[in-house]
Design a protein around this ligand. Structure first.
Ligand code: 16G
Length: 245
């Protein structure tokens, strides 16, 4: 990269606005305007301090907040990068595989659990399922172009798909074959802190910000067909909804 101060503009010593705030604003608008693109590396702190004529502490303070906001990501040993965020439209009932393909990314998954089981009393209470109901329990780490994107825990009624092995790379594909792709869903979004297990899987740190999206999918005739909990790294997903008033 050319001198970053030439790319995003120099800071103004005479301004009353603190230098780290000015730098944040410049980085934010450079990312929004596409002057800096996802995955672009930022220069090392030392080089940025030199380019902007400020201390390394100022640079660190500016970057730390943008990392917290998810605009930048830090990778151990290789530095700070513009975050590669995936925008997900909230108004379409699409699958992970479809979402990734529509962005030109290749989806893949690693199975963490794939078993036939019975609903727990908690699941009966929380989701209004019948006690003793047979279900498939599916847990997957989901990747886009080999990068971990989410950890997904899903349960579906076992009678919907005759053999659990029919569920391969895409759950919605398997449900479609049975004519049972969800026709309607309720979704709930919640900010969470990633657990140790989730953080390790998502190449994040324990207690990093994460996003939990819970989807309950229903068939056309209103029967529940899936309950999915998807945990995303806070810095990789943007959920977008178009609203009309
Ligand atoms: C998405 C859905 C999830 C569904 C999965 C199916 C959200 C928040 N969740 O991740 O409910 O089970 O797609 O994807 O969008 P697949 O067909 O690729 O397995």
């Amino acid at each position: 990269m050319d001198n970053i101060a030439n790319v995003i503009g120099a800071l103004n010593d005479a301004s009353r606005e603190p230098l780290y705030k000015q730098l944040q604003k410049k980085l934010r608008s450079a990312i929004e305007n596409g002057l800096l693109s996802p995955e672009d590396p930022l220069p090392a702190e030392r080089d940025m301090a030199e380019a902007f004529g400020v201390s390394r502490i100022t640079i660190r303070k500016a970057l730390e907040e943008l990392v917290r906001e998810g605009l930048l990501t830090r990778r151990q040993g290789s530095g700070t990068f513009v975050a590669n965020r995936v925008e997900k439209n909230f108004s379409h009932l699409t699958s992970f595989s479809e979402d990734m393909r529509s962005r030109g990314l290749t989806p893949s998954s690693k199975w963490l659990e794939k078993v036939e089981s019975v609903v727990t009393p908690e699941e009966v209470m929380s989701y209004g399922l019948s006690p003793g109901m047979k279900i498939y329990r599916l847990s997957r780490l989901r990747f886009a172009d080999g990068e971990p994107m989410s950890v997904e825990y899903t349960i579906i009624p076992a009678h919907c798909i005759p053999d659990i092995e029919n569920i391969d790379s895409s759950l919605y594909e398997a449900l479609s074959k049975e004519g049972l792709r969800p026709a309607r869903a309720l979704q709930r979004l919640r900010a969470v802190l990633l657990s140790k297990e989730q953080a390790d899987l998502l190449k994040a740190a324990v207690n990093d910000p994460g996003l939990l999206v819970e989807r309950r999918g229903f068939t056309k005739d209103g029967r529940i067909i899936e309950i999915a909990q998807s945990f995303y790294r806070g810095d990789t997903y943007d959920f977008v909804a178009e609203l009309s008033g």
